[in-house]
Ligand binder design. Structure first.
Ligand SMILES: [Zn+2]
Length: 152
């Protein structure tokens, strides 16, 4: 599986790639060369064309996301969505409902299913915690990709 590494100017793009379950690092400075199985994402035109570097053309994250998915020919596994912490990129782990006492609002604990927690920062997620708008936007972007099924 390919690993993506981006610079801080691409923070919103990074969040969306993590939402899709793609392994996406965020570093203060990109390394001088891409490690194996890694693609460096940059807005710096001077780096365009180097091996393992994808120059991101747009200033806007939806277009950036489309570019990354289509030019790297990535088809994120729907089952991997919401599998990573948006803050740390760690794979989140299932969390039992009774372990959420005091950590999420009571009405969420009583009504939500499928809690997960980041082992690194402790952030807790549940279906809907990313927001309805996030899920709608993601479905729309995936549906627009060439060759992607529209039933996402
Ligand atoms: Zn985390």
């Amino acid at each position: 599986m390919i690993r993506l590494v981006a610079e801080p100017t691409l923070g919103r793009l990074v969040t969306w790639l993590r939402l899709l379950g793609l392994d996406t690092g965020l570093v203060p400075r990109l390394p001088p060369a891409a490690p194996p199985q890694t693609v460096l994402l940059t807005r710096r035109r001077a780096l365009a064309g180097r091996p393992g570097v994808l120059f991101i053309r747009s200033d806007h994250w939806p277009e950036q996301l489309r570019q990354v998915l289509s030019e790297l020919d990535l088809r994120p596994d729907p089952a991997a969505r919401f599998s990573r912490c948006l803050a740390c990129n760690e794979l989140v782990r299932p969390l039992a409902r009774d372990e959420t006492v005091g950590l999420v609002p009571d009405f969420v604990r009583e009504t939500a299913e499928g809690f997960t927690r980041c082992p690194a920062c402790g952030k807790i997620y549940w279906p809907g915690s990313h927001g309805r708008r996030a899920e709608d936007l993601m479905a729309q972007i995936l549906a627009d990709l060439p060759g992607e099924n529209s039933d996402v």
